[in-house]
Design a protein around this ligand. Structure first.
Ligand SMILES: Nc1ncnc2c1ncn2[C@@H]1O[C@H](COP(=O)(O)OP(=O)(O)OP(=O)(O)O)[C@@H](O)[C@H]1O
Ligand SMILES: [Mg+2]
Length: 240
């Protein structure tokens, strides 16, 4: 316990003060639309955004943080980073047994608003929850903790379309062509499938797919696995 407190004190007094770039929230999609009710429903405390893959949980959480969140914000993609990695980025080397205690006290003492993205289970999240403050969690499964906000498919109220047109109009031809062709892939696809429909080398296709993800036109749902948001796919299929 003394070690925890020592590391805790180090975290507060000597650990890095600014949030390391890897753990700052990325910007929400440029063409974010809708979700007015969900944005209003999120409050201080623990909120779990639950919904199917690619439905828009992360986008909603990032939008809320940007527009309604306060204080210093810490973003952890739990699918990509363990908590030890986060602590090391803050300059804290902590024994594995002490990681969750030190993480919780780091968050609480510095009053971070926390986004835990891509949680897979309640057991993964519980040890990371600070005693107070605001925590957003996204998960494809119901975790049975916090205040649950269900995130359903975006209604097609016509607001997204013009914004997609704008983004599409700015694409270089290779990306625009991939956007059109890949929209005919059913569900999740990888680089080999995209390379095959485009009849282009995989390495170039991979770069172009990454650019589409960067522009929020495509969703990366795993290691080199991609899928379109339903509305985006419908948009892409209208393009020739
Ligand atoms: N409200 C929105 N307006 C515009 N684009 C959106 C909106 N919500 C989601 N998107 C876009 O849809 C795609 C998927 O959204 P997002 O990554 O948030 O899904 P997710 O539910 O977090 O998926 P996963 O379960 O894979 O983490 C992204 O390209 C995102 O930019
Ligand atoms: Mg997500």
């Amino acid at each position: 316990m003394r070690d925890v407190l020592a590391a805790d004190a180090t975290g507060v007094i000597r650990g890095r003060w600014d949030v390391p770039p890897l753990f700052r929230p990325p910007t929400p999609p440029r063409h974010f639309v809708g979700r007015d009710a969900e944005l209003r429903a999120i409050r201080a405390g623990i909120t779990v955004l639950t919904g199917a893959a690619g439905v828009g949980k992360t986008a909603l959480a990032l939008k809320w943080l940007r527009e309604r969140g306060s204080g210093v914000q810490l973003y952890v993609d739990l699918a990509a980073h363990g908590i030890g990695r986060v602590l090391r980025a803050f300059g804290l080397n902590v024994a594995p047994d002490d990681e969750s205690a030190v993480f919780r006290s780091l968050v609480a003492r510095r009053q971070f608003t926390l986004l835990l993205d891509n949680a897979s289970s309640a057991a993964q999240v519980r040890p990371l929850l600070p005693p107070s403050g605001t925590v957003l969690v996204t998960s494809r499964t119901r975790l049975g903790i916090g205040h649950v906000t269900d995130v359903g498919p975006l209604p097609d109220d016509g607001r997204l379309w013009p914004l997609l047109d704008l983004s599409y109009g700015e694409l270089p031809e290779r990306q625009a062509r991939l956007y059109r062709l890949c929209a005919w892939q059913p569900g999740v696809f990888g680089v080999p499938e995209a390379a095959s429909v485009a009849e282009e080398p995989a390495c170039e296709v991979e770069d172009a797919l990454d650019d589409l993800v960067e522009k929020s036109l495509l969703t990366e749902v795993g290691d080199d696995a991609f899928r379109f948001h339903d509305l985006v796919r419908a948009h892409a299929r209208t393009k020739r």
